[in-house]
Write a protein that binds this ligand. Structure first.
Ligand code: SAM
Length: 319
């Protein structure tokens, strides 16, 4: 690598690690090791499958798949065996079990979808959380799946078919202009927003920070603000909107929510009643910004073996 480009990479690495230190309140060495973990997968039992959950778990035991229960999700397990033990088995291919990072199990759990609910998933592809929502309600909900990138709908449709999901609608509207296209009100909305994806970075790879930059974080922040404002308009009074990202950056997490709280008096934040590994409250201060105190109810997940870095926030619209 030419010297100047090496210096540029080193500077980026220092900048990224300094931010991690401040966001997670850890020392530099810890920040580095938190982002050098080889993440392990978890597995969710698909309650829409034609077999009972007990039979699916038994099939996994029979196939010597080693599982560890997840205390806050009775239908999911950390996978102690190799991922291929499930991904290459009929368990996955016939839609009995879905492989996910455990952090991705948090937003549907925070939504707490109820039978009969009208539910919108704004950024649905490839469909991991949509199929979880459908599984939690036994397909007894009016599920509207949207993703702004039309090319990703093909994969979403595959997941829908493979995991027995029965959506009402599948659309490709841009999240920042939702109300131009949708005039329905929803009981629950998931905005699992497009983000800079810091949760998926592994600093053991030399080019891990190739695409990382503050400019990119700010670009996503603007998109997330717009999508959140639009999605909130489609929430019925009393309804719940869950906002999530797989990134640490407060500009992409606390900032869009703080802005919503300032412009929408009907919005308030609620705590989540379960505590995944690595959970900590959202920030009420970042650099020179002060955020609404309610952001303490948000949940940021620090990386660990089964959890990628993540952020989740539960927003209610008052009646
Ligand atoms: C984090 S991924 C969603 C993952 C998905 N919820 C799941 O669990 O499988 C973000 C998604 O946002 C979509 N997206 C990007 N820009 C968008 C926009 N302007 N409006 C709506 N969706 C968008 C991307 O295509 C991508 O599928």
């Amino acid at each position: 690598m030419p010297r100047s480009s090496r210096e540029f990479e080193d500077r980026k690495r220092r900048e990224f690690l300094q931010r991690v230190q401040r966001i997670l309140d850890v020392k530099q060495g810890e920040a580095e090791s938190l982002f050098s973990i080889d993440l392990q997968s978890s597995v969710r039992i698909n309650q829409l499958a034609p077999l009972s959950a007990a039979d699916i778990v038994q099939q996994m035991h029979d196939a010597n798949v080693d599982l560890e229960p997840i205390p806050w999700r009775s239908d999911a397990y950390h996978l102690l065996s190799e991922k291929t033990a499930v991904s290459q088995s009929p368990l996955f291919q016939s839609g009995l079990a879905y492989l996910q990072n455990a952090s991705s199990l948090i937003p549907p759990c925070a939504m707490d979808p109820q039978p009969g609910d009208a539910i919108l998933d704004v950024c649905a592809a490839p469909g991991g959380k949509s199929s979880d929502i459908a599984s939690l309600t036994g397909n007894d909900c009016r599920l509207w799946l949207n993703d702004g990138i039309a090319a990703r709908l093909e994969k979403l449709r595959e997941v829908v078919a493979q995991f027995f999901v029965r959506p009402d609608q599948i659309t490709d509207f841009p999240g920042q202009y939702l109300t131009k296209h949708i005039d329905t009100q929803f009981d629950r909305i998931l905005l699992d927003a497009q983000c800079s994806g810091e949760g998926m970075l592994n600093l053991r790879f030399p080019k891990a920070l190739r695409f990382w930059s503050l400019a990119r974080i700010r670009k996503f922040s603007r998109l997330q603000e717009k999508m959140l404002t639009e999605a909130f308009k489609l929430l019925r009074p009393g309804g719940v909107l869950v906002y999530s990202t797989c990134t640490l950056a407060p500009e992409e997490n606390e900032a869009p929510i703080d802005r919503l709280l300032r412009i929408a008096p009907a919005a308030s934040l609620e705590p989540m009643e379960f505590t995944p590994t690595g959970a900590r409250p959202g920030l009420t201060r970042w650099q020179d910004r002060k955020y609404d105190r309610q952001l303490e109810h948000a949940m940021r997940i620090a990386p660990s073996t089964f959890h990628e870095a993540f952020f989740v926030c539960k927003i209610r619209k008052s009646d």
